[in-house]
Design a protein around this ligand. Sequence first.
Ligand SMILES: Cc1ncc(COP(=O)(O)O)c(C=O)c1O
Length: 409
Amino acid sequence: MKSSLPHQFDTACIHAGQHPDELFGGVSVPIYQSSTFAFKSAEEGAARFSGKDSGYKYTRLGNPTTSALEACIAELEGGGIGLATASGMAAVNTAYMALLGCGSHMISTDSVYGPSRTLMEKEFSRFGVETDYVDTSNLDKLKAAIRPNTKLVYLETPANPTLSITDITEAAKIAHTAGAVVVVDNTFCSPMLQRPLDLGADIVLHSMTKFINGHSDVVAGILVIRDKTLAARLRNVLSQTGGTIDPHQAWLVLRGVKTLSMRIRVAQENARRLADELVSHPMIASVAYPGLRTHPQYKLVEKQMKGPGSMISFELVGGVEAGRILMNSVSLSTLAVSLGGIETLIQHPAGMTHASLPREARLSAGISDGLVRLSVGCEAYEDLSHDLFSALDEVRRQCPGESTMSVTG
Ligand SMILES: Cc1ncc(COP(=O)(O)O)c(C=O)c1O
């Protein structure tokens, strides 16, 4: 857009970082599907490599389509420098690698996305990095875990699948007093519902595979950083490790993000209504949804988030078998992992993603036998509700005598 005034979030989703193409006026940012960029002269090439000329050189180091996406998401996060990555995990890896080294210590939310933990436990531990996994929603536990060599406090809020919330502002104060950098994985919220940089975090990251792209057709990630020195450090690691996004992938995300606010509004309204209905169903033992007044951190949700989002976890009466029946009885909700797409996805971690974990380990990670995770999409509410509640009726038919109720969480 010509105006440089900050825009409303809805407007920024559509326009931030994007301008009609200067050559032909194309309204959609062109896909610069080129690995390399020609220099007009030896002098121009030299100037680009010395940094005197900021033009493009090679796509792993920067690309115009990627730059448009990076500018867009950085603006949505309230300003900063964006670094788009080939996946959410490439963003996590870049942050770990840039901030940690032999002898350093990280504190992480205990129920972070599994591979963010496995990457640290299986790989970074080999290089002498130590990590404590704590319930960061308990600030006393966070404070107690700080060590003189703590370099990184890595938060995921809302956490997966418990949907417990960490107070980003207070956690950042504790981390900064100890000289540690704060990273927030904001995937579950998107910048529409939570802006960690405004709350004191140093780096925000996303799996853009989820809400930002929103169509279950791209794997991508991003880091947004305000501090220029920190951003340069991350950019070096990203370009040297080669976790850069591909221009076509970047263009698809730019296309998806235009409808972010519309999608989130519809999905969130569906989720609110479903959560309200689920709490009184006889086959449901508990519902975790940040929009329920019974959520243990409801006040913090209201302070920190602009809305409760569209992720719901609920506990079925009837354990693993009830979960299996529910998965086989839904027809509109798609049985798949991932989240944040325009379509509703449902999964039963104990029977699927976490089935290989020993039961005790699974339970201590908050994944009980009958836990179901629902990523609510944008379908008509009546259709979604009919699908889910018909499937719950089927669970009730096949698991008789299990129908006592109910706690909400
Ligand atoms: C919270 C969170 N962070 C990071 C990731 C990793 O993202 P990707 O699958 O794009 O690598 C995921 C993926 O599910 C996620 O849910």
